[in-house]
Design a protein around this ligand. Structure first.
Ligand code: PEP
Ligand code: MN
Length: 334
């Protein structure tokens, strides 16, 4: 349910209404726009007397949100959410960011070299997996804690904020200086994990599950938001279809659809979406033209020797060329 306040309502009047709403057992979320203020309500709204609410002289209207996702809904929060990292990097509402780096951290020289290269080309955030969710238990599982320590070294050396995947809440302490926690496609519906992440304030990048609808994806975001963490970024990384020439099928329309349905930023991952290095740039450019708030690109200095996802990793040189083209597309759609 959303309560639209009349223009000119004072902060004190809003505060009083919030106190009353809390007494009714719902959790109000205030969204202040330039002209109007909206109070979104989550929880059991069935006990709220909507007629009484509508009759208040500070209230313009009361609307029910029919979609199952409430806090993630644009009706609940009309303005675009902007996620701000500790170093001031912003994501969303026109703040476009490129995240780049290897699929997994392999050693110190590798991660620092790639970090320096991608930074030079304009990447704003460094990625690198330390805990890897591999399809086969016999594949490289990531360096674990050591991998996070190496990412922190790369952060110190370059000043780039870092993102890495969390698979098990018991390792959360290791993520203290990680700037964004990635929740991978395989864990998109791990609701206990999502609820726990709702209790921290760290930005969460929530990847779309490969067999999930947009509504299911937004419901997963809802788990994090409704538990109290409003710092959620969505990531389209392709879904499974009958097509076998690509690793997944990139769902381009999810980008404008998410912008229509939700206020959360959405970025695109053309690396996992295609699985092939030569398809990464065209899909990245398509996503940019469709209005994505950012890109996540796998970059490796020696893709043929990568311990994970070498076939879809592009070289630092190819990344540099791509960044120039991304810039041109961004200028063209402004
Ligand atoms: C990754 O980013 O390396 C990864 C494992 O991605 P996904 O969860 O989208 O498969
Ligand atoms: Mn990968």
């Amino acid at each position: 349910m959303v309560v639209v306040m009349k223009p000119g309502t004072t902060d004190e009047q809003i505060r009083n209404l919030v106190v009353w709403l809390k007494e009714q057992g719902v959790e109000p979320d205030i969204s202040k726009g330039t002209n109007i203020t909206i109070i979104g309500l989550v929880g059991d709204v069935s006990k709220i007397d909507t007629e009484l609410l509508e009759a208040l002289d500070t209230v313009e209207s009361v609307k029910r949100v029919s979609e199952p996702f409430k806090a993630a809904n644009r009706k609940f929060h009309p303005e675009n959410t902007v996620i701000e990292l500790k170093d001031g990097t912003k994501i969303g509402n026109g703040n476009f960011v490129v995240i780049a780096g290897p699929c997994s951290v392999e050693n110190e020289e590798q991660i620092i070299f790639i970090a320096e290269q991608v930074k030079k080309s304009g990447a704003k955030i460094l990625r690198g997996g330390a805990f890897k969710p591999r399809t086969s238990p016999y594949s490289f599982q990531g360096m674990g804690k050591e991998g996070i320590l190496l990412l922190l070294e790369a952060k110190k050396a370059t000043g780039l904020p870092i993102i890495t995947e969390l698979m098990d809440i018991s390792t959360l302490d290791l993520f203290e200086d990680v700037d964004i926690i990635q929740i991978g496609a395989r864990n998109m519906q791990n609701y206990e994990l999502l609820k726990e992440l709702g209790h921290c304030r760290k930005p969460i990048l929530l990847k779309r599950g490969f067999a999930n609808t947009i509504e299911e994806w937004l419901m997963s975001a809802e788990y994090i938001l409704s538990s109290g963490n409003r710092n959620v970024i969505l990531c389209e990384r392709g879904i499974r279809t009958y097509e076998s020439y690509t690793r997944n099928t990139f769902d381009l329309s999810s980008i404008p659809l998410i912008h229509k349905l939700s206020h959360l930023p959405v970025i695109a991952d053309p690396s996992h979406a295609t699985g092939h290095a030569d398809l990464v740039a065209p899909v990245a450019l398509g996503a940019t033209a469709a209005g994505t708030d950012g890109l996540m690109i796998e970059v490796h200095n020696e893709p043929s020797k990568a311990k994970c996802d070498g076939a879809q990793s592009i070289t630092p040189d190819a990344f540099d060329v791509l960044m120039t083209k991304v810039k041109r597309i961004r200028e063209a759609i402004l």
